[in-house]
Every structure is written in structure tokens, then in C-alpha cells.
Design a protein around this ligand. Sequence first.
Ligand code: CTP
Length: 405
Amino acid sequence: MMSGKKRVLLCVTGGIAVFKAAALTSKLSQSGFDVKVLMTKSAAEFVTPLTFQALSRNPVHMDTFNEKDPEKIAHIDIADWADLVIVAPATANVIGKIANGIADDMVTTTLLAVTAPVMIAPAMNVHMYAHPAVTKNMDTLRSFGYTFIEPGEGFLACGYEGKGRMEEPEVIVKEAEAFFSQQLHPQWKGRNVLVTAGPTQETIDPVRFFSNRSSGKMGYSIAEEAAKRGATVTLVSGPSSLLDPPGVTTVRVTTAEEMYDAVISRYHDQDLVIKSAAVADYRPSETFEQKVKKSNDDMTIPMERTKDILKELGERKEHQILVGFAAESEQVISYAEKKLQSKNLDMVCANSIVDPGSGFQSNTNAITLIRRDQEAQSLPLLQKKEVATKILDAADELFEERDKR
Ligand code: CTP
């Protein structure tokens, strides 16, 4: 996932959500982070330190005065070790203490000594969360530069329903990944990126439509990766069963015409547009109001061309970097090169849909990146998430070239 393991210090404080912190430890480790856990005594009332030790494969610290290594002062050593600190679950108590500089246990003493960024994921009763003292303490911490992973709404262990439930471990892991990704790719902050994904559906009658096998996975992966790097991302998606990617504004459309409107109306504000959607080239010339009944042995449906969105973007290009996709079953490179020219693109991501493991539906893809005046760059068969990072790395080079001009 990343070169050299990034070090995450997880501070676990006492609330019922400690059980979620165990899952968080496991998911952070699985995502390639080196994780160390500090617990308060009340956290250990809910889940034992042994659980966290096994999941993090590192010793768990709870007591400031239990100095295991005389060479080091544990809380300073651990504070210096961390690249990122996550407090999850964070009780009202620990939020109050750190906002006021109180250091009376291993967690709070270490937090005072930490210079790395700190993310706080609160978990508490809905009324406690709304208490002005908690709001004030959170504002104080924000002014110190701490960030909050706000709790979600839902059923709370105390029986109430509302805001106070610790955010899900998967979301917290994504926040941690985004933090490191943004450190690595600071240039993406402030870039507006529009991605299209999925198929379109062209209506025949109230129950039937023409469509294609696109799943949307490639475009969703690109949108998610761009957001992780800190860009402001809009995803215009045709019908897809995938969930909206986190941190992305997702606009759902059905037909090629709707996708055209959604993309063209946002085009001017974009720095980069990546058109990975499999837009229908034709649609029925007529849409039937009522279900078409069978009659003859054969049937013909007259079709007409849809608007070529990408071609129009190429014609209207101002400052934008424009990336298209070309799914071909033969002469992949030469057909893709033609698209680069005819649609006035900066890059084409070409793939052969007949290669095994590549293209529609699959989780993997083997593409060739084709840019102007450059040798085609063939990528091996990769997970679509990895392909997304390669496409954005190539886009980075296009930004550099553009800025030189
Ligand atoms: N595209 C588009 N609007 C359309 C059709 C395609 O924006 N109405 C975009 C796709 O999102 C993709 C690229 O154009 O980025 C694909 O190019 P296209 O020429 O449509 O590919 P094919 O449909 O495969 O074309 P051909 O029939 O010429 O092979």
C-alpha cells in the first residue's frame, strides 16, 4: 500500500465503542500501517489490552509509571514515534482533558507530548455530545489544529437514537489513508476533478432499455483516489450498484443525454475531466409510453446517435486536461491514438476488452496510457484501484506540462 510503513498511534479511551476500536486496530494493520495502542484504565474495563496487543502485534501501554525500558521514557518515546495519532473512541472526558492541558494518565500525557497530527473520533451519549462544555472543548481543540472524525447518527448503546456513535472503523481507516495520501500529493488540493463512470441506460418502453456491461468500478476507483489526494471531486455516474465513494460529490444519471447535461454544465469549473463511462452511442429514436407488445416474429427498433460528450468537451476545451477511455477489441493502440486526435484529448486510457481479467465487470484492468508526443505506456494487469493511481500519476505529469506552457 505504501513505501515504508506509516506509524499510527491509536489512543483508546473508555466507552462501549472500545469494541469498535479493536476492529479499527485490525483494519489499520491490514491496510499496512504499523499500529501501537495506548489505553486508559476505563477502556480496559471494556476490552482487555491483550486483544489490542494481538491485533496490533505491539505492546499496549496503559500506565505512565510502568517504564519497561530504562533507556527510554515511554510516553515521550511513543509520542515521537507516531506519524499520525487517532483517538478512538474519544470520550467527553478525554476531550475535556486535552483541551485544557490536563495530563494524568498514559493517554493524556502522551497526547501532550505528540507533535504529529491528531484525529479524534468522539463517541458518547447524544446529550453529552450536545453539551456546551463538549462543544467548547472541541472548538478549542480545532483551534489547536486537531481534526475530528464526527460521530454518525444512529442507535446508541445508551438506548438513545442520535448523534454520538463512533464513526465506523472502515471510514476512520480511509481518513488515515487520505491523510498520508495528501501528504504525498499536496498538489492535488484545490484541483477540481470530474469523473464519469458506469453505463448509461437508453429507454425503449417503461420496462425495457438498452445498456452495456460496465460496472462503474474503474471510474469509482479514480474518483475515490482523487478525493483521497485532496482534490474536489465530482462523479457523474450512470446506473451502478456501487456505493457513493467517500468524500466525493456523486451525481446519478440514467441516460446519455442526462450525462451530457450533468457534465457540460460543470465543465468550465474543472481542471481535469476523466471520462471512463461507457456511454451508449445509440438510443431508440422513439420511446414508447406503453409497454411494447409482441406481434411479428421479428422486430426492428430504429436507433439514433447520442451526443458524443467527450468530443464536445474536446471542442470546448479551455484550460482543462481531458482524459478519455477507449475499449477496443482489435488494433487497440492505433484506434486509441485516433481518438486522442479526433476528440482533442490529452490522454487516452486504452484497454483491450478481449484480454482476460481486463475491462468491464472485472476488478482488474490492463491498460495502455497514450499521450501526445510520448511513447505509449503499457501497464501490467493491476487492481482497478492501482490503475487509478497510475492514471492520476500520469495526469500529474500532464498538469506539469500544462503549467510549463
Ligand atoms: N464517450 C462519450 N460520449 C459518448 C460516447 C463515448 O463521452 N456518446 C466517451 C467515453 O466516455 C470514452 C470515450 O468516449 O471516454 C470512448 O470513445 P468512443 O469513440 O465512444 O468509443 P467507442 O464507442 O468504442 O467508439 P468506436 O465505436 O468508434 O469504437
